[in-house]
Each structure stands twice: as C-alpha cells, then as structure tokens.
Design a protein around this ligand. Structure first.
Ligand SMILES: [Fe+2]
Ligand SMILES: [Fe+2]
Length: 263
C-alpha cells in the first residue's frame, strides 16, 4: 500500500534545496460545448438520455459540497498529530478550494437553474447535519468515494470535452483523497457502509432520469448503473464496470482543446 510519505511526494515538486512543495490542479475558463460521449465531438448525446439534468445536479452538488468536504478533513486535522499526515491532509484540504473554483467556472459556462441549486442545498444539508453524530473524516471519505468519484466519471463519460477535462483533473486529486481518507476511517474503526443509505439517496438524486441505451455504450447506463458503481466503490474500493467505460476519456488529445488551455 502506498505510504503517506509517498502520497505526499507524488503530489509535490522538489526545490533546488530539496524541499517538497505541493502542486495544485488549476481550474481554467470552460468553453461551453455540446454534451458528447467520451469527449468525442462526433458522438453528441441525445437529449432524451437525461444527461443535461444529471450534469446540472453534479455541478450544483459540487458547488454545495466541495468546500464542506475540505472542512470535514480540516476538522479531523485538529485531532491528528503526525506531521507527515498533517502536511498531506492540509494540501488535500487546499485542493477542495481549487475544485470549488472549477465548479464555479463550469456553472458559468453551463448555468444552473434555481431549482437545481435549491435541491442541491437540501441534499448537502443532509450531509452537514450528520457531522453531529458521525466522524467528519468518514463523511469526507463517503462523499468522495461514493458520490464524487461516480459523478466525475459521469462528466468524463458524457459531459463533453470541457467538463471531461475538468473532471479528469479533479479526479486525480479525489483518488488520492479517497485512498488516504479511507485509510484514516479504517484506523478509527468506522465502517463506511454505515453511510451507505445516505450515499445511495444522494446518488439516486444525482442520476435520476438517466437512460443511455445499451446499444450506445454496450451497457444500459442509468441511475442503477451508477448506484451499483457507487456501492462497489464504497464496499471494495473499485468499480470495474465504470472504469471500463470512462477510461477512454482520460486521454484527451491536445488538438481536441483550445490552444490557450495548453500548459
Ligand atoms: Fe474535491
Ligand atoms: Fe476531495
């Protein structure tokens, strides 16, 4: 298993005097492009598949919960004394502010309705009140593993090239957060499955109405597909069926994006 020191090293660059400085994902202005499969401009999503509404809910929930997840981790940090872990967790908390900014830029390109913003606020409140009775690091882990990872995978799968690129950047951070936070949850002896009902209701809210027929991707991608992926991620740490579907989107080629975004 990757050690804490390794997780931290991997996210840092080394200065001339051998200091480790964390690198951050930097959000960029998002071009509004049609929703397509696998960021492929020729595979435009059918409006009847319900992807527009799902994407609205993913963006709205990101705006509501990215910063609170950082606060959950910051809350855990007040009890953590190991210095290597503190450095890593502090940089993970700082990631969330970058993610939040990414979602703000996404919502500027794809404006959200007032209704979806109101609903996302109700959903996020369910998570925030749990803090009174549940270890905050478990709430962060359950959200990142059970809700954010499937949602980011969905953006990579059917969000079009702009959102797929954003989701790809954020996912890299979230995989690290998920791994570290799950390890901390295990250490305090909490069972993440105890939060499975809340994860399930959130995932059902996000993915309700989704229906990409089997003829399009080889499997019927609907709310149930994402619910099972979320369950598998929480229970076992991986969801192979979801991985198989989204891996194409990991490799956006330079000519598929605007020149000013190259770095
Ligand atoms: Fe995040
Ligand atoms: Fe995170």
């Amino acid at each position: 298993m990757t050690s804490i020191t390794q997780f931290y090293k991997e996210r840092c660059y080394v200065t001339a005097d051998e200091k480790l400085i964390p690198k951050y994902w930097h959000p960029q202005i998002i071009d509004r492009v049609p929703y397509t499969l696998h960021a492929d401009a020729t595979r435009v999503c059918d409006p009847n598949w319900g992807v527009h509404e799902v994407i609205q809910r993913i963006l709205a929930l990101g705006l509501e919960l990215e910063l609170p997840v950082g606060e959950f981790v910051a809350d855990y940090l007040t009890t953590e004394e190991r210095s290597s872990l503190r450095l890593l967790l502090k940089s993970n908390v700082a990631d969330e502010a970058h993610h939040f900014r990414g979602f703000q830029l996404a919502a500027e390109a794809y404006p959200l309705t007032e209704d979806v913003k109101d609903e996302a606020k109700v959903v996020s409140d369910y998570w925030k009140v749990m803090k009174d009775t549940t270890p905050s690091i478990a709430l962060a882990a359950a959200l990142e593993i059970g809700v954010f990872l499937p949602s980011l995978a969905a953006l990579r799968l059917f969000g079009g090239s702009s959102l797929a690129r954003m989701a790809d950047g954020i996912s890299r951070d979230e995989y690290r957060h998920a791994a570290v936070n799950r390890m901390l949850v295990d250490r305090i002896g909490y069972n993440l499955m105890d939060l499975s009902q809340l994860v399930l209701s959130t995932v059902v809210w996000v993915f309700q109405g989704l229906d990409i027929p089997e003829s399009v991707l080889g499997v019927n991608v609907d709310w149930k597909f994402f619910e099972e992926a979320s369950y598998d991620l929480i229970k076992t740490g991986s969801a192979n069926q979801l991985d198989d579907l989204v891996n194409y989107a990991d490799h956006l080629l330079p000519f598929e994006i605007s020149n000013y975004k190259l770095y």
